[in-house]
Design a protein around this ligand. Structure first.
Ligand code: GAR
Length: 207
């Protein structure tokens, strides 16, 4: 089983979905660390309750982004992680961290990339009147919310949706997509070849 560190900033519902999937004996990855950059991250208590080792690396204790990332990376390495899953991690990363973990760093983003990189994805999709929205799991490159796509899950936008309703529907899809994409990558069914992924990316549909 691939040893995985999960890095969070908030409530950690994606982290919880990954931990739940990892509880299955045949899942190809296991969690060796949950790291948070904010003491308020609600996911820390959820991780402890699930029996996962946790660490707080508070970005405010570090003079700049790279020093924070070096401290975070040291914790991840000390835990013996081979892969890192960002799960609601809300700090921009420097090229130092993305190079250090190149092709070993996954992220989940609440939009169908390459559309709607960045923040407020659901409100922006609604404002554009798109008919289909969703989420993406990808390998992380320097530019925020770019990199080879491991999987996507899509949902119709429904009449009467506001950003909160749409976010909830997409979040439920995130909880299915991330465990499936991590499993495919950890098991070697998907491989990074430069800026492409070799193999069949995960494709999910839900309403
Ligand atoms: C999720 O929707 C995730 O896709 C998004 O934050 C939420 C975290 O929820 N991530 C980003 O926006 C990354 N820039 P969670 O803490 O309950 O998993």
């Amino acid at each position: 089983r691939k040893r995985v560190a999960i890095v969070i900033s908030g409530g950690g519902s994606n982290m919880a979905a990954l931990l739940a999937a990892m509880a299955a004996p045949d899942y190809p990855a296991a969690c060796v660390l949950v790291a948070a950059n904010r003491p308020e991250a609600g996911g820390l208590a959820k991780a402890r309750a699930a029996g996962a080792p946790t660490v707080l690396v508070d970005h405010r204790d570090h003079a700049d982004r790279e020093r924070f990332e070096r401290a975070l990376s040291a914790e991840i390495e000390a835990a013996g992680a081979e892969l890192v899953c960002l799960a609601g991690f809300m700090r921009l990363l420097t090229p130092w961290f993305t190079a250090r973990w190149r092709d070993r760093l996954l992220n989940i983003h609440p939009a169908l990339l390459p559309s709607y990189r960045g923040l407020d994805t659901h409100a922006r999709a609604l404002a554009d009147g798109v008919a289909i929205h969703g989420c993406t799991v990808h390998l992380v490159r320097d530019a925020t919310d770019t990199g080879p796509i491991l999987g996507q899950a899509a949902s119709p936008v429904l009449a009467g949706d506001d950003a909160a309703r749409l976010a909830a529907r997409v979040l439920a899809l995130e909880h299915r997509l991330y465990p499936a994409a991590l499993a495919a990558y950890a098991a070697g069914r998907l491989r990074a070849v430069g800026e492409r992924v070799e193999g069949q990316p995960i494709a999910l549909w839900g309403g």
